[in-house]
Design a protein around this ligand. Sequence first.
Ligand code: PEP
Length: 249
Amino acid sequence: MTTKSLIAANWKMNKSVKEAVSFIEDFKNYVKDVEIVICPSFTLLNKLNESIKNTNIKLGAQNMHFEEKGAFTGEISGLMLKDVGCEYVILGHSERRQYFNETDELINKKIKAALKNKLKPILCIGENLQQRNNNQTMGIIKKQIIGDLNNVSDREIKNIIVAYEPIWAIGTGKNATPEQAEEVHKFIRELLSKKYNGNAAKNTRIIYGGSMKPENAKELLSMPDIDGGLVGGASLDAKSFAKICSVRI
Ligand code: PEP
């Protein structure tokens, strides 16, 4: 891996404007020199875009529609996310797949739309517990990579971050062991190296998500193919997220 590691916070449906601004005030004093992405609710983006000025924190959204504008009540477009300072967008999170029936085909459309709007997708993939127990993990990962990255070019893949998020580890407090995570990350990199030319696979960041916390971040981030983290629960508290971001390998 040649590029800098990246730690992203997925705040999900949490925090008021006041709570979010106070988080940034606390957090920015703790952490320097790491690429950090905060993905808050849509309602917080505009305000946080001001709060993160002159910090090393970047802004990301948790979802978007694939159209740029029009009659799609309740939806937010990539164009709108750019307008409020987003550089990243989480796509294909397992909660979107599970509760909102997002398919690989839909996620692929969103990925293409995000890239068109110069947003970097954080593409989430991963298996559930039953699939892991049935030895289907690699098959699921392959299916998601093929479907979600359909028609994504050699040039475009550099702007995508792949997040391996085993569903059984999300919000459960039970993270994948570093060895379990590394096995899948390595497999993802191999898939990318078959699909893309040159250094694309080497340079694509593959980050891990699923109960990452201060106590396990170092051992996970030390693995050769783990290039950062996507953090849910432990990113809601400034001190705990700062501890994860401060891990040095
Ligand atoms: C997530 O939902 O992306 C996530 C990684 O959550 P948690 O850290 O809470 O498991």
